[in-house]
Structure formats: structure tokens, C-alpha cells
Design a protein around this ligand. Structure first.
Ligand SMILES: NC(=O)c1ccc[n+]([C@@H]2O[C@H](COP(=O)([O-])OP(=O)(O)OC[C@H]3O[C@@H](n4cnc5c(N)ncnc54)[C@H](OP(=O)(O)O)[C@@H]3O)[C@@H](O)[C@H]2O)c1
Length: 301
């Protein structure tokens, strides 16, 4: 059973955690801080970031903290965040692509993409791209992208990436979480092909009590809990991300998640990845589409 007590010392490491003010992101940031890392709490609200900063600092830990504004629903804001970060920091050991939104009312990003696909997938695609050179120049760096078991039901609908045909909240969430996993795996394929040194690993947190369900009705929430069973506390949901980010046994290009009850509960273990996330043609098409719409060319890949 791997817990955060098994984490190697993170002193001297710099880590960005997106969505660090709540749920799994908060616990991920806290654990990295406890282990000695310098953690950047990347949040879309300064007030929430400051609150998380104070809460973590009040606890025992040998790390240091910094807050930074990051709104993943705007590609311009993502670029601004990355540029500011690069001006300020010479190294980036860990990028934890954690932030996420689930089944909001139909809404779009500043760039016109469906909110879940835009924030969960496209925002993190752009963020990683802007920080890639720095990550790859930092020895021992890792890029951890948080997916979900929802990816199992995901399909990338290339004809509806802006959700112009119709809006089905859960379908779009599943698509975005499949996008996260495809991205993580394809990134590693490209890292390997370029013989680069950074690594890309995916995590899925299982079923946890967090604010992710904020857009669910009470009835829908109760139905979901009846289906998946007891929810874990967010500290436990953070373990797969922490394992992917710090364990010497975590392997590039893999997915880690809870080991029990079909991946809903338990402690980190390697998860089997289903074919919908391993299709190389879909990955290439999605990657090229994302590069085109973000205007990003991943260095050397
Ligand atoms: N909870 C689960 O059981 C579960 C299961 C599978 C996967 N996941 C994944 O785990 C990750 C963390 O979710 P959680 O459960 O911890 O949910 P959460 O408690 O709702 O936290 C989500 C975080 O993402 C941030 N966020 C949302 N939209 C953003 C944006 N546009 N720009 C920047 N940050 C944004 C939120 O900020 P605000 O507080 O300002 O909204 C919050 O900090 C997500 O990727 C989610 O898909 C969770």
C-alpha cells in the first residue's frame, strides 16, 4: 500500500499544481509541500489561492509556497501564466495538470470551446506546451495529467469539438477526460521519439468527495453514489497523482489509479488502459488539431 509517507524527499524541486485551491489539487499541493517542494498553487481566483496558501502554511511541512493566477478557460491567460512563470523560475520539476470542471451548464471558454473540453484538455495541452522547454531542461522532471475513469465512456467527436451540434454535459466530460489520457500517452510517445528526458504519466483519482460534483443535482449525486459506492477523501484521491509524480516505480506513458473496486477506491497501482485511449491515429489527429487551434508547436516533437 503506497501512501504519501512513501514519497521521496522533494526538497529542491519546483512543482506547479493546477486547481490547487480545492479537492485533489489542494491535497496534492499540500503533500508536495510537506515533502519539501516549492509548490506553485495555480488557481483561477486569487482569493481562493490565498486561502489555500494560508491553510497549507498553517500545517507542518518543510516546503515553500507561491500563488499564481491561472485561468485554463482562456488560452491567452494560460500563455500569460506560463510567460510569467518562465521569467521567474529557472527550473520546473513537476507539472501536475489537475484542474477540472464537470458537467457545468452549457458554456464556452474565452476561445469558443466547450468549457470542459477547453479547460480540462485544451488548457492543459497549451500549458504543458508553453512550459515544455523548461520542463525538458530540468533533470528528472515529470508531467502528470489527471484523467478519470470517465475516459472509459469517452469518444473524441472531431465533428463537434466546439459542441456546436448539441450539448450533453456528461458526454463532454467523458470526452475531455479521454482527451487528458490520450494527451498524456501521446506526449510520452513524442518525448520518446525525440529522445527527450522529461516524462509524461497519467493518473486517475477514483471516486472522491470533492467540489467536482458542484453542478450535479442532489438526485443525480445520490444516483452516482449508489452506483460507485463510498467516496474517498480527497487526500486519498491525490495519491495516484503523487505516485505518478514522485515514485521511482512509476513508468512513463502509464496510468495510475486506485487498486480496488474497479479503480474507484484504494491505493495507487498501474491501471490497464483501454483501446479508446491507445489509438495512435486518433491521438495524432487530436494532437494536430490542438496544435493548430492553440498555435503551439511542441518543441522538437
Ligand atoms: N473527485 C473525483 O472523484 C474525481 C474523479 C475522477 C477525476 N477527477 C479529476 O480530478 C481533478 C480534480 O478535481 P476535484 O475532484 O479535486 O474537483 P474540485 O474540488 O472541483 O477542484 C477542481 C479544481 O479545478 C479548478 N478549476 C476549475 N476550472 C478552472 C479553470 N478554468 N482554470 C483553472 N482552474 C480551474 C477549480 O477552481 P475553483 O475552485 O476556482 O472552481 C478547483 O481548484 C479534475 O481533473 C477531475 O476531473 C476527480
Amino acid at each position: 500500500m503506497w501512501t504519501k509517507n512513501n514519497m521521496p524527499d522533494q526538497t529542491g524541486k519546483t512543482a506547479i499544481v493546477t486547481g490547487a485551491n480545492a479537492g485533489i489539487g489542494f491535497e496534492t499541493a499540500f503533500a508536495l509541500y510537506q515533502a519539501g517542494a516549492h509548490v506553485i498553487l495555480a488557481c483561477r481566483s486569487q482569493e481562493n489561492a490565498d486561502e489555500a496558501f494560508s491553510k497549507i502554511q498553517a500545517k507542518k511541512g518543510s516546503g515553500t509556497l507561491e500563488t499564481a493566477l491561472l485561468d485554463l478557460s482562456s488560452l491567452a491567460a494560460v500563455k500569460q501564466f506560463a510567460e510569467t512563470f518562465i521569467q521567474k523560475h529557472r527550473q520546473l520539476h513537476l507539472l501536475i495538470n489537475n484542474a477540472g470542471v464537470m458537467i457545468p451548464p452549457a458554456s464556452k471558454t474565452a476561445d469558443g470551446y466547450e468549457l470542459q473540453f477547453g479547460v480540462n484538455f485544451l488548457g492543459h495541452f497549451a500549458l504543458t506546451g508553453y512550459l515544455y522547454l523548461l520542463l525538458n531542461a530540468t533533470p528528472g522532471s515529470r508531467i502528470v495529467t489527471v484523467s478519470s475513469l470517465a475516459y472509459l465512456n469517452g469518444v473524441i467527436d472531431f465533428d463537434n469539438l466546439k459542441s456546436e451540434k448539441d450539448y450533453n454535459a456528461m458526454r463532454e466530460y467523458c470526452q475531455s477526460k479521454l482527451g487528458n489520457l490520450i494527451f498524456s500517452i501521446e506526449l510520452q510517445r513524442r518525448i520518446t521519439a525525440a529522445n527527450d528526458q522529461t516524462v509524461s504519466i497519467a493518473a486517475q483519482p477514483g471516486a472522491n468527495k470533492t467540489e467536482l460534483t458542484r453542478h450535479m443535482s442532489e438526485e443525480a449525486f445520490n444516483t452516482a453514489v449508489a452506483r460507485v459506492g463510498e467516496l474517498m477523501d480527497p487526500w486519498q484521491g491525490a495519491l495516484p497523482s503523487l505516485y505518478a509524480a514522485t515514485s521511482a516505480d512509476a513508468k512513463a506513458g502509464e496510468l495510475y489509479g486506485p487498486d480496488k473496486d474497479g479503480g474507484y477506491r484504494g491505493y495507487p497501482a498501474r491501471a490497464t488502459i483501454t483501446p479508446n485511449a491507445l489509438d495512435e491515429q486518433i491521438a495524432k489527429k487530436l494532437w494536430e488539431w490542438a496544435e493548430k487551434v492553440t498555435g503551439l508547436n511542441y518543441p522538437k516533437l
